[in-house]
Design a protein around this ligand. Sequence first.
Ligand SMILES: *Cc1c(COP(=O)(O)O)cnc(C)c1O
Ligand SMILES: [Zn+2]
Length: 485
Amino acid sequence: MSAHDFPSYRGNMFYRCLGCAGEHGIDELLYTCPRCGEVLLLEDRNFPELQKKGGAYWRDLFDARAAAKRPALRGIFRFYEITAPVPEEEDIIYLGEGNTPLIEASPALRGIVGRSFAYKNDGQNPSASFKDRGMACAFSYLRALMRKHAWDEVLTVCASTGDTSASAALYAAYAGGPIKSVVLLPQGKVTPQQLSQPLGGGARVLELPGVFDDCMKVVEFLAARYRVALLNSKNSWRILGQESYAFELAQARDWNMDKVCVFVPIGNAGNITAVLRGFLKLHLLGVIDALPRVFGVQSHHADPVYRYYATPAQNRAFRPVRVAPSAAQAAMIGNPVSFPRVRALAEQYRAVAGERAFQVLRVTEQAIMDCMLLVNRHGHTTCTQGGECAAGLCEAIAAGLVDDDEYAVLDSTAHALKFMDFQALYFADAFPPEYGIRADPALVNAPEILLDPEEKEGLDEKDFVRKSALRIASRLDLIPIPDQK
Ligand SMILES: *Cc1c(COP(=O)(O)O)cnc(C)c1O
Ligand SMILES: [Zn+2]
C-alpha cells in the first residue's frame, strides 16, 4: 500500500469517561457519560498496535502522505490512523481545512518581542478559524454514522462565540440534504463577520440574550432530550480533528519539538485539550522525543482556568467565573466545558515533561489589543485571540518563564478580518469602559482624506488626476523626477 492510497487501517474506538473511567461504544453520539455525566474523550483500543510500528514508520508515512492527491487525505486525515480511523473515504468532507502555514516573526518583530517565534495561521482555514479542523472530523464521523444506521435526517445544533457556528454551517451546507444545521448565538456577542457566515451558508440562526455560557446550557438541555447532533467541543470527535494542529506543527518542525513553547488561547478549552492530547499521542507513538511546553492564555476578563492553576495544588477547586467584556470575544467563556479534560491531560503532560511543561498565563485586555496591532503591523493577520497569545508570550518572557534559546509558536486561531470591529473601536479610542482598553496613539491608524467631494465638483478627469496626484506628492514629500512635467 502506498502512502497515497486511502488507509486500510480501522480503529476500535470508544468513548472514555473522565469521571468514572467507564467505556462506551461509538454507535451513538454521546457528549457526556450516561453513568456519571462527566465529559468524554475518544480512544482507540488498537493504539498499542500503532505504537509497535515505531516512530520512524509514522514519520515516513505522514511525510509521504503530505503529497497525497486524494482530497480525503489532504486535510486533517493525513493523520488518519491517529485521528479518527473510522470514516470511509466517501464519508470524509474536505473543504481545505488544516495544513495551515507557520509564519516566522520578522527580524524587526523578533527584536521588539525579544524571542524567535512564529504564528501558525489557523485563520487560513475555510471558515477562517481552527474550528474547521474539528468540524471536518465531526461531520465525517456523522456521515459514517448516518450511512451505518441508514438515518435519513440529522439536525445539528451548536452554541457559539461565533466561529463554531460559522464552521458548523459551512460543513452542513456542503454536506447538504439530510444534514440540517441550527446555530444558537448570544445576541450582539459575535462579530458581524461571524454572524454573516452561518447566514450566508443558509443555516438557521437563533439568538438569545446573554453570553455564550447561557447558550451552551440551552443546547445541552436540548441535546439531552431531543434527537439532535451537538457540534460543540463537548462532542469528542471535534477534539480528535483539532489534534491535527499539534501533528502539523511537529511535522513542520521535522518532528523536533525540543525547546519549543506553544501558546494557545483558552475559551471553552477544547483547543488546548486537543493540543495537549495531540503532542502526547505523538510522544506515545515515538514520533517526537520531546514534548513542547504548552502555555494556555486567558484574559483577566475570563480567567477561570488561570485561577485554578494559580492556586496551590492542595487548595485547588474549579470555580466558574462571570465574564466581563473581552476583545478576545471568541474565548470569553467563564465555565469551560472541557476543563475536566484539561485537568486530566495537564496531569499526564506534567508527568512526562515536568511542571514547567504546562502553564496558564493571564493577560490584560489592553495587552491583547496592543499586541494584536503590533504583530499585524509586522506582516501577520491575526485575530484578537492571536493577540492574546502574543500578550502571553510577552508576559512569559517578562516573568522569566521562557529561556533565551527557546522558540515560541503562537496559535492564530482566526483571521484578523473576523475581528476588525475591535480594531476599529481601538482606532477610534471608543471601547466601552468595561473593556478597560485605551488606544496607544503609536498604534492608531486612519485613512486620510485627500480631496473633499466639493473640491472634486467641476473638475474634468485630467484636472482631477493632476490635483489629486499633486496633493499626494505634497503629503508624502515626493521628490520630482527631473525633466518631467
Ligand atoms: C473557539 C475559539 C477560541 C477558543 O477555543 P476553545 O477551544 O473554546 O478554548 C479561540 N479563538 C478563536 C478564534 C475561536 O474561534
Ligand atoms: Zn462516567
